[in-house]
Design a protein around this ligand. Structure first.
Ligand code: SAM
Length: 217
């Protein structure tokens, strides 16, 4: 676990506007601490006041590259040293292609954009397979998966949370006796962590599964 940097940064923030639920900070540190000081490339969908881009830059340190994506052209103003902002919709394949053309090695994606169901799923499908093989993909504010205004609803077809549930089976595809094909997702995903309002996908190549017995009979 981390040292509480992010929460302290948030509480002391007098710089740009930053909007986060407080319980997110522990989750971020649990999954992202290992990238600190390692010059990661991070993409955050949803820039708003630019405060989170600045926070990530401080957290990951020199050499890190923080890429923002926002539909609002005014967000371009939040570019800075090691921080670049792409303007466009998160579900636009051309925008995502521009990002990966310039930054082929993305370590972390955080989707904090529109929180609309179709956008969350499209962005995941456009980006997930292209994230580094040991990278992390986070989707936050997934409480909208239960809200009608965002095309969500408990158990509603097409909600991002229903999509996540299919991914839980997909991660176990090798055990389904052929019922579910082993996919790129199966082969490249180590774990899905579901928290209140955040889903985290940890990427890691699945090795050949073995279950040896080590104590002789
Ligand atoms: C919740 S705010 C982001 C907050 C910011 N990440 C933070 O932590 O302070 C959501 C942002 O998503 C942007 N947004 C809305 N729809 C979008 C879309 N289709 N594509 C990209 N960004 C979008 C909004 O303009 C807004 O700035």
């Amino acid at each position: 676990m981390g040292d509480g940097f992010l929460h302290k940064y948030f509480l002391n923030n007098a710089h740009k506007r930053l909007h986060k639920w407080v319980h997110y900070f522990d989750i971020y540190e649990r999954h992202l601490e290992r990238f600190r000081g390692k010059s990661p490339v991070m993409v955050e969908i949803g820039v708003f006041g630019g405060g989170s881009l600045a926070m990530w830059k401080e957290y990951f340190g020199p050499g890190s590259k923080i890429i923002g994506v926002d539909i609002n052209p005014k967000c371009k103003a939040h570019e800075g040293d090691g921080i670049e902002v792409f303007i466009g919709s998160q579900d636009d394949p051309a925008i995502i292609e521009n990002i990966f053309s310039k930054y082929p090695n993305v370590d972390i994606v955080l989707d904090d954009g529109s929180h609309m169901m179709n956008h969350m799923i499209s962005t995941f499908e456009l980006m997930y397979d292209r994230v580094d093989e040991n990278g992390v993909y986070l989707v936050e504010d997934t409480h909208t998966c239960y809200w009608d205004d965002y095309d969500g609803g408990l158990g509603r077809e097409g909600s991002f949370m229903e999509f996540v549930k299919t991914k839980l089976d997909e991660i176990n595809a090798v055990h389904t006796e052929g019922a579910l094909p082993v996919s790129d997702f199966t082969r490249s995903t180590d774990c899905i962590a579901c928290y209140d309002s955040i889903v985290v996908f940890e990427r890691k190549k699945q090795g050949r599964r073995q279950a040896p017995v080590t104590r002789p009979m």
